[in-house]
Design a protein around this ligand. Structure first.
Ligand SMILES: O=C1O[C@H](COP(=O)(O)O)[C@@H](O)[C@H](O)[C@H]1O
Length: 376
């Protein structure tokens, strides 16, 4: 199976996982320095074999985005590199029904309080900036060290494809943009206000399988890095925006207090559509430098309909500071970006119980590893 990983050592990796009965192994197929000094996030267009890499460029005045053609032998061929405002940390594609020849992607820039949007030719992998929104605050938030300014952190497209949500860790807000269906331009609508000091980081939607309709059940789950909490909301669509009614709030350690210094990072709905997986960073829950993945149930066992959110338990992450993870491949496995272990790891995935399993393979890369994703 193919994996891609971003390393703050300045490399984007194309990796190969060989699963064997005795011992599995991750090997490097190729490595590129063309993403820039601090690759932070990867976004794969599987249909066109194009990989997009955000360069956070920590400490530098500009960030950048690079697109790569990913060839079947694993080599990464640079298509385009474009400078951006500093600090891009997450991106996501979206489209507009009235724009037939191009799609779009939005980028959250943590460092510069900015959300930017690009139009992209998905076939060629070329892209250009179309919009940006920069925010300010009149004073720091309750956690002054982390909330000195707005810090957009995530980009999530709603299930109907009409809205983009951007959790802002610094401002305790989820910014919401309506996508103009005729031209793809983003329009700010009423944001969602999170609890003061909670630091919303990333968000994910749950719907019954395959639903793209605002008429069906739509739920939003949000992880808050500063309070180490998960919140859940039933979503309703209005003429010009979305409203949220809270259905859950709980810690990512169940009934236990979050260990000092720990911080939540990633959230996703598991492949069976019935659980929520969350990465807890720097908690050492499974021993020194062995952090945890928290699993919550959120639907019936078949993932067909909503059920009350319940904490199931913690599972080992096999390293320190899981900043990103991706559950995918065939059979399903969990790729873990172990930032502070400077490694990428793959754990098995228990498809019956919808929980992480044993460690299959782990590979040290050339720096801190903020993101890893499955390829094709
Ligand atoms: O201070 C920083 O924080 C941002 C966001 O990190 P996270 O802990 O919320 O994942 C990080 O990207 C940046 O490198 C760091 O300087």
């Amino acid at each position: 199976s193919r994996l891609y990983a971003a390393s703050y050592g300045g490399s984007v990796y194309s990796l190969d996982l060989k699963v064997q009965k005795e011992s599995s192994e991750i090997s490097t197929l190729s490595k590129s320095k063309d993403c820039g000094s601090s690759p932070s996030w990867l976004m794969l267009d599987k249909d066109n074999s194009v990989l997009y890499c955000l360069n956070e460029a920590i400490g530098a005045p500009n960030g950048s985005i690079t697109s790569f053609k990913s060839h079947s032998n694993g080599s990464l061929q640079t298509i385009q590199r474009l400078n951006t405002t500093a600090g891009p940390v997450m991106s996501n594609f979206y489209s507009a029904p009235g724009v037939l020849d191009r799609d779009f992607f939005a980028v959250a820039h943590y460092e510069t309080s900015t959300v930017s949007a690009y139009s992209v030719n998905r076939t060629s992998g070329h892209f250009e900036k179309v919009q940006s929104f920069t925010y300010s605050m009149t004073g720091p938030g309750p956690n002054a060290a982390r909330q000195d300014a707005p810090h957009p952190h995530g980009v999530t497209v709603d299930p109907t494809g009409q809205y983009i949500l951007v959790p802002d860790l610094g401002a305790d807000i989820v910014r919401i943009y309506y996508i103009n269906p005729m031209n793809g331009l983003l329009h700010s609508v009423n944001p969602f206000i999170a609890s003061p000091g909670s630091g919303p980081r990333h968000a994910v939607f749950w719907t019954p399988p395959g639903s793209t309709s605002s008429d069906s059940d739509v739920y939003l789950y949000l992880v808050h890095e500063l309070s180490n909490t998960l919140t859940g909301y039933r979503v309703s669509y209005k003429k010009h925006g979305m409203t949220f009614s809270q259905i859950f709030e709980g810690g990512t350690y169940g009934n236990h207090t979050a260990p000092s210094g720990s911080k939540v990072a990633e959230i996703s709905i598991t492949p069976g559509n019935n659980h929520i997986a969350i990465s807890n960073r720097l908690d050492n829950s499974f021993g020194q430098k062995n952090d945890s993945i928290a699993i919550f149930s959120c639907a019936d066992p078949h993932g067909q309909y909503f059920d009350n959110v319940t904490f199931i338990g913690l599972f080992p992450a096999y390293g320190s500071s899981v900043r990103g993870f991706d559950i995918g491949a065939t059979p399903e496995m969990m790729a873990l970006a172990l930032e502070k272990s400077q490694s990428v790891a793959v754990a098995s995935w228990n498809e019956r119980k919808e929980i992480p399993g044993s460690l299959l393979a782990k590979k040290k890369l050339d720096g801190d590893v903020p993101h890893a994703i499955w390829g094709f």
